[in-house]
Design a protein around this ligand. Sequence first.
Ligand code: HEM
Ligand code: HEM
Length: 338
Amino acid sequence: MSKDLDVEQAAQATMTTTSIEVKAEPVVEPTTTAAGAAAAAMPATNVDKGSKAPEEQKQQPVAAAATTTITTIVEQVQPTVAAVVEATANKGDNKSNMDPALINFKVLYVLTQLCGLTTIVLVGTWIGQHFGGLGGTDNPRLEFNWHPLLMTIGFIYLYGNSILVYRGFRTTRKKTLKLTHAGIHLAAFVLTVIALKTVFDSHNLVDPPIPNMYSLHSWLGLSAVIIFCLQYVAGFMAFLVPGMRENYKIALMPMHIYFGLFGFTLAIASAVMGLTEKAIFTLGANYSTLPAAAVLTNIIGVLYVIFGALVVYLATEPSYKRKALPEDTALLSGPVNE
Ligand code: HEM
Ligand code: HEM
């Protein structure tokens, strides 16, 4: 049914009520029964102007009573019509009915995506403009450049987005969300493994080789990857493979959420360290003069931190949590907590 039709019908219903009320007042009956509907929609002064004929003037007290009654009815009816019109106008308008918390969520979610995508573009620009672009195993120095790019796409952007999938697509069935969550994490993992291979190659294939795993960046970075792998296996076994007992799933969920976010935060911290390390290795003492490459390095670092902060906020704010859909329980074998 169209919005206009709703309004029309609601107004007609109100008019009918007006006409019945007027009939109940015998003095008004000759003037208003026929014109009741029109009069209800007209200001009271118009009704006064229409009562100038001599016969009507003879009935002035009657007309005055009618005018007063109609004025009262108009006053009563107008707010009702206004309320009906407003209610009907709001009916199809989801935004005005939307939970204010979700409007905030949408704005921050879009901001998070813009921040993440800008970071990827800037890392690409940083590599292309200042470090000679990308290369294969025949050029280990350029092969290294895959490392920050793929880590940013996989272990930062996809990792963060996979965490947000339940809240960002809250009207999608839980089963689909679980598969998407596991699928995006898997894609993040594949890119992370390739990113690790390129950095190890860049150390091992040069002459003389560069030692592996000596820096704090490499220790914390690899720890984040190991936590991610354990988390994936545990999440997969607990929530995707059937058979896990309900009370175990319920007990595991808070740990799953905590370690998921902890691993993500560690990834952000590692990326910032790796970035600083690379800037110091390549710019050396020049870093302090803040050349263009250094400015870009710092901007990328700030964006990593903002992206991380937004993802953690969106994933932990209780009012943004996805509410179970009726079909989650109807179509799944397990409870909503699963
Ligand atoms: C969060 C994602 C990241 C992880 C998990 C990570 C992990 C690692 C690991 C495990 C190594 C050791 C490789 C070896 O010893 O042969 C390494 C090396 C390196 N990474 Fe990253 N990295 C990440 C992001 C970055 C970023 C964004 C940069 C920026 C350029 C970067 C720069 C470096 C550099 C320069 C090295 C060689 C020096 C060293 O071993 O510390 N990394 N990374
Ligand atoms: C490294 C891999 C994983 C990480 C880092 C991770 C991380 C997270 C995080 C942070 C949350 C909280 C999201 C929120 O509250 O909105 C979450 C929720 C969840 N994850 Fe994972 N997860 C991983 C793998 C998996 C896998 C493989 C599954 C199996 C399907 C899974 C199933 C779930 C479920 C069912 C929820 C609950 C969503 C809810 O209703 O609030 N996770 N995960």
